[in-house]
Design a protein around this ligand. Sequence first.
Ligand code: GLN
Ligand code: ZN
Length: 749
Amino acid sequence: MTTTIIGFPRIGAQRELKFATEKYFKQTLTAEQLLATGKQLRQQQWQLLKKAGIDQIPSNDFSFYDNLLDTAFLFHALPKAIATADLSDLDKYFALARGYQGTAGDFKAWPMKKWFNTNYHYLVPQLSKDTKFRYTGGKIKAEFLEALSLGIKTRPTIIGPFTLLRLAEFNEHTAAKDFTNDLLQAYTDLLQDLCAAGAEWLQIDEPALVYDLTPQEINWFANFYRQLLPQKGTLKILLQTYFGDVRDIYSELIKLDFDGLGLDLIEGKQTASLIQSGFPTDKTLFAGVVNGKNIWRNHYQKTLTLLKQLPVQKLVLSTSCSLLHVPYSVAGEDFPTAVKKHFAFAQEKLLELNQLDQLLQQHHPEWLAVNQQLFAQPRVKEDPVLKEKIAQLTTADFSRQPDFQTRRKIQQTELNLPLLPTTTIGSFPQTKEVKKMRAAWHKHEISAADYESFVKQQIKNWISWQEKAGFDVLVHGEFERNDMVEYFGQHLAGYLFTQNGWVQSYGTRGVKPPIIWGDVVRKKPITVKWSTYAQSLTAKPVKGMLTGPVTILNWSFPREDLSLKEATWQLALAIQAEVLDLESHGIKIIQIDEAALREKLPLRKSDWDSEYLAWAIPAFRLVHSKVKPQTQIHTHMCYSEFGDIIPAIDNLDADVISFEASRSNLEILEQLQTQHFKTLVGPGVYDIHSPRVPTKAEIVTELREILKKVPAKNVWVNPDCGLKTRGVKETKASLLNLTAAAQEVRREL
Ligand code: GLN
Ligand code: ZN
């Protein structure tokens, strides 16, 4: 038996790569120094894995930005303008990752998208007529040789052609078939080069196989590999999948000449039964049994039982996906031992693989005993009141009364807003000063009272600014919060926070997801103080501003001893209490953000409803079902790709929804009309992701376009997301143009 992993976090234990790369961007570090940091981190990683007893160590899982970008770069799939620019390879690479403006030209970055059902973002390769895949890059081989010189023979990893094409964007009317032959040659050259360099195994990642596959896709895949695999020589090929099972193509996969199949036994619900239906004796199963996405200890007994049921002769123990999606190590966290022993971050998962391996060989039964102890009793005390409350929920708890149209009229009378009401999405710039004051308060350099009066002063300034700027519905500005999930977690019982639990989100950016440890209950009011203070300053309505239960769940590490549905409903009840509190304190409009609702939509369409929407949508409804008809409920989403779940979004039964639209050609609005979307809409009229100030004329044009598609009485006017990352000056200029534009267009109605 042997052990392996699919990949490891590459940012470094103390985020060394992030800091070095950012310094390089600011030109305070040379290219040589950055490359040296990369080299050092790789070496540390290989040594760490070796010391942890991992038998097959991957390489090329390292990246300066993103693995899909690396793959495109390796195969020379870069736009001609960048390929021929007077830049070093490293700078061409970063030009694709984050754009470039300088003496060598002006290049836009490739777009970014979420990697399957994770919060990691990859760069979307842009293919066009002049894309010609060729194996010209040296990274994968160089890293293999680098490890070899340290006495470690790694298994290089690469993203496979099927996944590459599935995730790429085809421009200029190109299609997969235009690239197939070149790709076949490029991968053939790669295989042969690695074989000649002395590699024994190559891992080809094809996670896109866990999607719903069409017969054409299955054909393409089988044809491609039927031609590629005879070229492998003595190199062994591991076909690696993750994030689900490969039910649509399993019967084909086992017929192809792969030497190993990497299958996910955590998220892949049908993986075990597929293997039980037959697994070829000449292939090795790389069994993904240690969860690569969550931070809890593995349940050894369950894993061992599962493994023993698999009719497999050659077995390697592995993780369910790359460990990229969990923090580096739990070692530096200062949780009490009783808490800490339940966690396994990336480094601790290595030990688990090792122990499982030994246990399968009947060694060290005491390890099993220790592990069983962890699960012998419930880890946390259940909150009986909360449990009962959830058990008692009836359909009435999920449906707001009266119906949408009736309360719409009531709200019109109550709020008396003009046509095309103007508002913003919630946050105003988190300036250096705001961050500094929060840090000072955390470090006890200023008192809680000082911090509070500082936040209140910010609120006051911005309330009066919004009034002068002519906004109809104001916001308090979210100055009290660092983050839309962590802030709520901090006010809820049941949450834990790490100090250094960073997970790469994209490039040099990381997130630090909080951990749901136990039953979640609202301990005390969360935002009431700020919202009521803001409302006390103005006669205009101030929107209460909350994060919704699905988003809080999706951006936390969830429990494994409680269903996602139940965990979300606990959160929903906590936020419900806050909603009702805001309402009873005179807040008339409450926005409940669900920025991450779409993110965890299952990868297979057939699972959308049963596995997710069936409890996620009710969770939101539960949050607001008890408010008075006069209270207007808003929601916000940071994207507009909800074409395929329009009915589900409408079914949230919010009164108003704002969303990103300024970059999507407004196509979505037509879809909303044809599907009789009832919720009032605030399609973002300008893109807040850029520092650029939109002119009044631009916003007027945008609004006129919107009004061609949606009746004016259903339209709100707002930017497309919160403004916390923007500067004050550009924000004020943009917002003044927004209200001026709304006024002008109102006069045309
Ligand atoms: N209310 C939040 C803000 O304005 C929404 C952020 C988001 O959608 N990501 O910052
Ligand atoms: Zn947003």
